[in-house]
Design a protein around this ligand. Structure first.
Ligand SMILES: Nc1ncnc2c1ncn2[C@@H]1O[C@H](COP(=O)(O)OP(=O)(O)OP(=O)(O)O)[C@@H](O)[C@H]1O
Length: 246
């Protein structure tokens, strides 16, 4: 009997090594995110979480090991519309006098390039803003928003292409309870439509029910990889993690 072919994993890092400023930061990270899977990347400050996700998207080059996206070697991957990325909390404004709608629309560039926006692009922007509760601020300048509201705008920008893989680096950092709920609901809907998610988190918190697997990093190596509620699960709070793994 022939086995049905399984779709390739959206993310596969194998024995990934990377250095920053001449110092090794990733020392053999294995990380897989299967289709539709929600994986939390946990660990103390400086353990290599951001570097791992930045190497997944190719922003940090690997010095060893392998990277595949949707079964394609990283260097040959071109289907960026399949991936939505929310970087670690920065400002969405960046000194550019753009409106909320314009920032979110940049997330559509992989779909339509520099061609004029079509009606369906505009509808996608409105849907993404609605999903994060920011539709009423569409015409406002991003510089006039609070930090948490800017974070919602960046999430809307990642969602607007309806990606198959959503990567978010500490989306809960500095976000109030109301915004955390909006984010959890938004993620739930993405998971329900079949998206895979890779999340950098300091603690599982309100997202715990959504998470299939927790990968804990320490000093650039995977220390645990399993269900978040596994009996040997170590609470990954930064300070305690460093204490436990010292
Ligand atoms: N641009 C850089 N140049 C040199 N070293 C860097 C650079 N960026 C990060 N590092 C170092 O790489 C290591 C891993 O950093 P990374 O940002 O991946 O950690 P993290 O787990 O995401 O931490 P945090 O929880 O504090 O965000 C740290 O020791 C950090 O000092």
């Amino acid at each position: 009997m022939t086995q049905p072919t399984r779709p390739p994993a959206p993310v596969r890092l194998t024995a990934a090594h990377a250095s920053l400023g001449g110092r090794p930061v990733l020392r053999g990270v294995d990380l897989t995110v299967a289709p539709g899977e929600v994986v939390a990347l946990l660990g103390g400050n400086g353990s290599g979480k951001s570097t791992t996700v930045r190497s997944v998207i190719g922003a940090v080059p690997l010095t060893g090991g392998e990277r595949e996206l949707f079964g394609v070697p990283g260097a040959r991957f071109r289907d960026w519309h399949r991936i939505g990325y929310v970087p670690q909390r920065t400002t969405a404004a960046g000194g550019v006098p753009a409106t909320v709608r314009e920032v979110v629309a940049t997330g559509r560039l992989a779909q339509h390039g520099l061609l004029p926006f079509r009606r369906r692009d505009k509808a996608a922007v409105a849907r993404a803003l609605e999903a994060v509760g920011m539709l009423d601020r569409a015409g406002d300048g991003v510089a006039d928003l609070s930090g948490g509201q800017q974070q919602r705008v960046l999430i809307a920008r990642a969602l607007v292409g309806e990606p198959e893989l959503l990567i978010m680096d500490e989306p809960m950092a500095g976000v109030d309870l109301a915004s955390q709920r909006v984010l959890a609901d938004t993620l739930r809907r993405q998971v329900a439509r079949g998206a895979a998610v890779l999340l950098v988190l300091h603690e599982l918190g309100p997202l715990e029910p959504l998470i299939d697997r927790a990968v804990v990093l320490n000093e650039g190596r995977v220390r645990q990889d399993g269900p978040p509620a596994a009996p040997d699960h170590v609470h990954p709070h930064a300070d305690r993690t460093q204490g436990l793994f010292a």
